[in-house]
Design a protein around this ligand. Structure first.
Ligand code: SF4
Ligand code: SF4
Length: 67
């Protein structure tokens, strides 16, 4: 299942809930919720979480960095 937010998408089937994106996001837009990763409206699409995810579960929307 792919969770699509305004700026990014998170593939919940790939995510292993390591929390790396949660700890790295400069806007605290990422959080673990019921063993899924969700982002909120604070996300500005900076793409840091895309790079930090060890399993490539996060991708930017609109043709940005792909996993
Ligand atoms: S793209 Fe940037 S602001 Fe958005 S969730 Fe990822 S690290 Fe946070
Ligand atoms: S960094 Fe990747 S694997 Fe880890 S919690 Fe975030 S989306 Fe899931």
């Amino acid at each position: 299942m792919r969770n699509v937010y305004e700026q990014i998408s998170v593939d919940q089937d790939v995510c292993m809930h390591c929390g790396a994106c949660v700890g790295t996001c400069p806007r605290n837009a990422m959080f673990l919720h019921d063993l899924t990763v969700a982002s909120n409206e604070e996300c500005n699409g900076c793409g840091i979480c895309v790079k930090v995810c060890p399993v490539g579960a996060i991708s930017k929307n609109n043709g940005g960095d792909s996993r």
